[in-house]
Design a protein around this ligand. Structure first.
Ligand SMILES: [Zn+2]
Ligand SMILES: [Zn+2]
Length: 347
C-alpha cells in the first residue's frame, strides 16, 4: 500500500509499505477523504510546525473518513463495510486527565499526523475500533472528513458557554471559523460578525449566515464591531485566526463580563493583549485544546441537516496530487476553503 511522507520543507515522497494487520480491538480501515488542515499545509511548507521537532519522515493528515475492511479480535462496534469518521486522537484512558473526563488534555495522547505519530495520508491503517464513528447514509465520506474541524468548533462553543440569543464575533473565516459560524446559527445566535483578510471567505461567511463581515485589511475591526453593537461589544468572541492582532482585537470587542475563546494556534508562539480592558471588563478567557466528546453530537446535527458542511468543501485532489492540495491550501489559491485529498483515488 502507498503512504505519502513529508521529508522536509516542500518535499514529499510516496513509499510502499506492507499492509497493516489489525490487532485485538483494532480495525483495518481504508482511508477515503482527508481534509487538508492549516497545520498540515504549514508543516508541508516549513517542514515543521512552531517549535516542534520532526524526528524523521512523517505521514501528515488527521481529518478523515474511512471504510472498515476487516476487524481484529474482540471488535463488535464496527463491521467490514462500515463507513466511519475517525477520531484522530488516541488518548491513554488511564491518566488523571483522562479519568477526569478531559481526554483532549491527556499528556500521553497520540495524535495522527503530529510527530512522531504518522497520520492518515496512506491507503490502509490499523486503528482502535473504539475511535471509529459509523456514518449514517446521509453523511458522505467528504462530509465525514469535516467532522474533525466541526468537532473543534463545537468544543469551542461549549467552552465559551454560548447561549441562544447571544451575540458573537468570529475572528478568522477559515474552516474552523466557518464551522463555528454554522454551529452558532444552529444554536440560536442573535448576531454574528465575522472578520477575515480574504474577501472570498467573508462572502462565504455571509452566505452561511453571518450578519456582518469586516475585512481586517481595510477596516478597523475593533471600531467596526463596537459600531455594529452600539458600543457594547459581543457576548462571546471566537478567535480562529492565530495571528498576532486577533487576540488583541478579541479582548477589545468582548462586552463587560464576556467570554473570549482562543482557538487559533499563534504562528509566533506568543499571545498578547492589553490587560486593562480585559481586567476592567472581567473577561473570561478559554484556551481550546483540540476537542472531546463531540462525534456523538456532531453526527446527528449533520445527519439532520442542522449543519451543512458541503459549502466549505471547495477542492478535490486524487492521492497522487496531494502535494498540490497542500500548496493550494497554504497559499490560499483559487478560493480555497477546505481542500480534500481522496486517498482511495490514485488519479
Ligand atoms: Zn486540523
Ligand atoms: Zn490519558
Amino acid at each position: 500500500m502507498r503512504a505519502l511522507y513529508l521529508l522536509g520543507p516542500e518535499r514529499m515522497e510516496f513509499r510502499e509499505l506492507p499492509e497493516p494487520v489489525p490487532g485485538p480491538g483494532e480495525a483495518l480501515i481504508r482511508v477515503k477523504s482527508v481534509g487538508v488542515c492549516a497545520s498540515d499545509s504549514h508543516r508541508y511548507l516549513h517542514g515543521k510546525l512552531g517549535d516542534e521537532e520532526m524526528p524523521g519522515p512523517l505521514i501528515l493528515g488527521h481529518e478523515f473518513s474511512a471504510e472498515v475492511v476487516e476487524v481484529g479480535q474482540g471488535v463488535t462496534a464496527v463491521r467490514p463495510g462500515d463507513r466511519v469518521a475517525v477520531e484522530p486522537a488516541r488518548h491513554c484512558g488511564r491518566c488523571e486527565m483522562c479519568r477526569m473526563g478531559h481526554p483532549n488534555l491527556c499528556p500521553e495522547v497520540q495524535f495522527c499526523g503530529t510527530p512522531p505519530i504518522d497520520g492518515c495520508l496512506r491507503e490502509l491503517m490499523a486503528y482502535p475500533a473504539e475511535l471509529l464513528y459509523p456514518l449514517p447514509e446521509e453523511i458522505s465520506f467528504d462530509e465525514g472528513a469535516l467532522l474533525e474541524p466541526l468537532g473543534v468548533a463545537l468544543h469551542s462553543i461549549r467552552l465559551g458557554h454560548f447561549k441562544p440569543g447571544w451575540t458573537a464575533a468570529i475572528l478568522g473565516a477559515g474552516p474552523i471559523g466557518l464551522c463555528t459560524l454554522l454551529l452558532l446559527r444552529a444554536a440560536g445566535a442573535a448576531q454574528v460578525i465575522v472578520t477575515d483578510r480574504l474577501d472570498y471567505r467573508l462572502d462565504l461567511a455571509k452566505r452561511l449566515g453571518a450578519d456582518e463581515s469586516l475585512n481586517s485589511d481595510r477596516e478597523d475591526v475593533v471600531q467596526g464591531v463596537l459600531d455594529l453593537t452600539h458600543g457594547r461589544g459581543v457576548d462571546v468572541v471566537f478567535e480562529a485566526a492565530g495571528v498576532r492582532e486577533t487576540p488583541e482585537q478579541a479582548v477589545e470587542i468582548a462586552r463587560p463580563g464576556g467570554n473570549v475563546v482562543l482557538i487559533g494556534i499563534p504562528v509566533d508562539e506568543w499571545i498578547c493583549f492589553r490587560s486593562t480592558p480585559s481586567r476592567r471588563k472581567g473577561l473570561s478567557l478559554y484556551m481550546v485544546r483540540r476537542m472531546k466528546h463531540v462525534y456523538e453530537h456532531t453526527i446527528p446535527m449533520v445527519q439532520g441537516g442542522l449543519v451543512d458542511l458541503r459549502p466549505l468543501i471547495t477542492h478535490h485532489f486524487p492521492f497522487s496530487r496531494a502535494e498540490e492540495a497542500m500548496r493550494t491550501a497554504v497559499h490560499y489559491r483559487d478560493g480555497v476553503v477546505k481542500a480534500l485529498v481522496h486517498v482511495d483515488q490514485w488519479q
